[in-house]
Write a protein that binds this ligand. Sequence first.
Ligand code: PLP
Length: 463
Amino acid sequence: MSRSAHPAGPRHADVMTEGHYTAPAEDLNALDERVWARTVTRDEHGALTVGGIGVARLAEEFGTPAYFLDESDFRARCRAWSDAFGPGADVFYAGKAFLSRAVVRWLQEEGLNLDVCSGGELTTALDAGMPAARIAFHGNNKTVDEIERAVSAGVGRIVLDSFQEIVRVAHIAQRLGRRQPVQIRVTVGVEAHTHEFIATAHEDQKFGIALADGQAAEAVRRALTLDGLELIGIHSHIGSQIFDMAGFEVSARRVVQLLAEVRDEHGIELPEIDLGGGLGIAYTSDDDPREPHEIAKALGDIVTRECEANGLATPRISVEPGRAIVGPTAFTLYEVGTIKPLEGLRTYVSVDGGMSDNIRTALYDAEYSVALVSRTSDAEPMLVRVVGKHCESGDIVVKDAFLPSDLAPGDLIAVPATGAYCRAMASNYNHSLRPPVVAVRDGQARVIVRRETEEDLLRLDVG
Ligand SMILES: *Cc1c(COP(=O)(O)O)cnc(C)c1O
């Protein structure tokens, strides 16, 4: 259907004074495959299914709101990343995007490594049987306790983030009789966000040690003198939800430049470089993410070229995708509650969750799409804002979207691409119960993180 056939959409949109909106899709019932998990489709009655199971059954069995994660899609994305980078490189899944014991087991089965950045993530990884040698430990303020646990467990690398931490990790390793493999995280002077990268506003942030002013070279100097440390490489992570490879290319070039300086000064070639994560995914049909093989080729080419130019052997490359693996694999299923049309503005559609299960819209102004999934509809599109049930007017899940105008309380709607940084950032605001994560695969659905209960809330409240 053409836009002009639906005066409601553009007319409402015209009155918007800020932000931008996506014009109503040609067909509101269509599911853009870039935005939805791979096994998502509609059945013959028009209801959305994932892994072969319909949303009505999922809602009945597991309740709403809930995250439904397409396990075969998750595994396929792991394989796409490791196949793209090949045996000469390492893929570390960034656990902060979403971590659970089931996820750790999938990573092991698919041959990926794992980044953690807290004692809690380390415990989850080890508890689910991830070999410590395949774990990297990150963070700008690791506690002494966390460092001791990571070193004792024998993690494959600790990524050093400050001058103080260089000394701290060295002392702890020495005391424990270990020589800890480490990388130094450098800030290369590039900060990338989505469609552009910024080559100036980079040093004014908390992570890493600046390449500028010779700080990173000084960090290498210090690390090389300490017996407790085995310096294996340089690490750089430039941002998140990035589509433009240019920022990665600048980063790779500057990291290789540092390797050349280290070789010139110390006569050693550090064997590894890590180029971090941050690859963007499609949250809406406007987003056009790069595929793992394109990323692997772009990064591989630039590192090879820069190393040749500097007379260095090509180091082992690692990357750390989080969002790009788990983000597209899940959607959040909500039940529609109150519907409030604001004449001349838009219609507010309230759901049974909100900022407690997806803080990204409030936190980053993130954009999401939404679809009616319990049925199809041929009704006119209406401009909506999907909001939660929390006591904040900023409690917005989807800022601007179109849903069919016959939407009614009790309908199920779903927000795709909520696998990353949604359950991981979920809160108990208003003493709401954090939703479950249900893995769906080949007609089977199983809870991998259960829904919180009111007993869980009361158990922590010991006053
Ligand atoms: C957050 C983070 C990642 C993962 O970022 P994504 O945007 O989820 O790919 C990787 N490496 C480091 C060091 C990070 O902090």
